[in-house]
Design a protein around this ligand. Structure first.
Ligand code: F0G
Length: 438
């Protein structure tokens, strides 16, 4: 690997795990220029005496401080995210600081008493994407990008649009026409991104944006961008910190393009190497049955990559050819993880339970709870094990599907909460309440 390593090791650099080529942090390449592999960001680790308890104390000391970087649930962990970012370069809301919830109804439904919900829908634009985007847009600014772009099923585009506007950068997004949830499309337009509705699916949008970004010299901010992964790692760091660094047995998350699975794998590896945790949680990656190339691969020991024509109500994870497959396989192997899939019916039922518990989430997020229920029923998740399910997006992201479920579907699904239209009179109210026995 001589000549392929950087002459001098800076604080942060980029690395291709496939061919071991190193690139400067400032390189705008979206993949390894030699072998086409996806890049990862590497940092000089804190010195041995600044790891473990010292690092935990440092992170804890920043909580509640007014400094914008300390106030962010991403930048509070900056030694492990982007240690050399200068405060004036950072584009932050702040983001992160999301709650870890326990809901009796969800635990009962899933059959797992110790089930906590890490609610990433509580981020500024309503999804976990903000954690990666604060770092991605900061990096765009650091390298002097003139514009940024992504393909998206809706959440990445909403987040990109918001952060790009905050940074004063033009944003270009490619989304599959007619397949993006209402809240996400509305956000993307309102935050001011130039929005292209592509006649094709997400996989077509992604191929197109890769080509276009290169031709137009625009900085690509899909989750293949390794700086986004650095930000998304903090979902794991923050969850572990909320659990006082006592690892849960499992972390369940919905899996689509597999950037987030990769981020969790990298975060857990680093948390372990830096002495933040003594035990590795197992990842449970959950796909929709109609968009399950990763689950198909897992069943065969990842002997070959799978590609499917994706179809699911969970439009966020309607992806047939995931870009981060290789590094997600690494994450599953590292954590002795599992990959499974759930039907749209199971997703919708889990969502109805999560919603009615007061937590609320978008359809793809409910896949994690549906997956936990399935794995617990199969005995893969065992009695008494502690599980964190990541809710990746907010309940208001997909109001169209919600209203259809509760108001329009015929016959109504068992958990539908039908609204009742009445005349504006007390007797009409009494009649309804009398009828429903309330
Ligand atoms: N959950 C939600 C709500 C998402 O929006 C996504 C991905 C995922 C889970 C899956 O994460 O792709 O890293 O495996 N949404 C992307 C987007 C594809 O464009 O917003 P992943």
């Amino acid at each position: 690997m001589s000549g392929r390593a950087l002459p001098e090791r800076p604080l942060t650099w980029q690395f291709c795990p496939r061919c071991e080529r190193e690139l400067a942090a400032s390189s705008p390449e979206s993949q390894c220029p030699d072998c086409g592999g996806l890049l990862e960001v590497r940092h000089q680790p804190p010195s041995p005496r600044d790891r473990g308890e010292t690092l935990k104390t440092l992170f804890a000391s920043r909580r509640g401080r007014p400094d914008p970087l300390d106030a962010s649930g991403v930048w509070r962990y900056r030694e492990l995210v982007l240690p050399d970012a200068r405060p004036e370069q950072v584009v932050t809301y702040p983001e992160g600081n999301t709650p870890l919830l326990w809901r009796e109804a969800v635990s009962r439904f899933a059959g797992v008493e110790a089930l906590l919900l890490k609610h990433e829908g509580m981020n500024p634009t309503g999804s976990f994407k903000d954690r990666g985007m604060t770092v991605g847009i900061t990096q765009a600014r650091r390298i002097g990008a003139r514009a940024v772009a992504c393909a998206s099923t809706g959440n990445t585009s909403a987040s990109l649009a918001a952060y790009a506007s905050s940074a004063g950068l033009p944003a270009l997004v490619f989304v599959p026409a007619g397949q993006v949830a209402l809240g996400k499309l509305a956000q993307t337009l309102a935050y001011g991104a130039r929005t292209l509705l592509v006649r094709g699916d997400f996989d077509a949008c992604f191929a197109l944006v890769r080509e276009a970004a290169e031709k137009l010299n625009v900085y690509l901010l899909n989750s293949i961008n390794p700086f986004r992964i650095e930000g998304q790692k903090t979902i794991a760091f923050e969850t572990l910190e909320q659990l006082l660094f006592e690892s849960p047995d499992w972390i369940a998350l919905p899996a689509g393009n597999l950037g987030n699975t990769s981020a969790f794998g990298k975060a857990l590896k680093e948390a372990s190497e830096l002495g933040l945790i003594a035990r590795m949680p197992r990842l449970a990656c959950i796909q929709a049955e109609g968009a399950n190339p990763f689950a198909l691969g897992f069943r065969e020991g990842f002997a070959r990559p799978h590609r499917v024509k994706a179809d699911t109500v969970a439009t966020a994870i309607k992806i047939g050819d995931p870009a981060s497959l290789e590094r997600a396989i690494t994450a599953v192997r590292l954590t002795n993880g599992v990959v499974t899939d759930v039907t749209d019916g199971e997703i919708l039922e889990a969502k109805a339970v999560v919603d009615a518990s007061g937590a609320g989430c978008e359809p793809a997020s409910a896949a994690s709870v549906a997956g936990v229920k399935k794995l617990a029923a199969q005995g893969v998740i065992r009695q008494g094990e502690r599980v964190v399910a990541v809710l990746t997006g907010h309940i208001l992201k997909d109001p169209g599907l919600l209203l259809h479920y509760h108001q329009e579907s015929d016959p109504p699904p068992p958990r539908a909460n039908r609204p009742i239209e009445i005349e504006a009179s007390l007797s009409a109210v009494e009649e309804v309440l009398g009828n429903t026995g309330q």
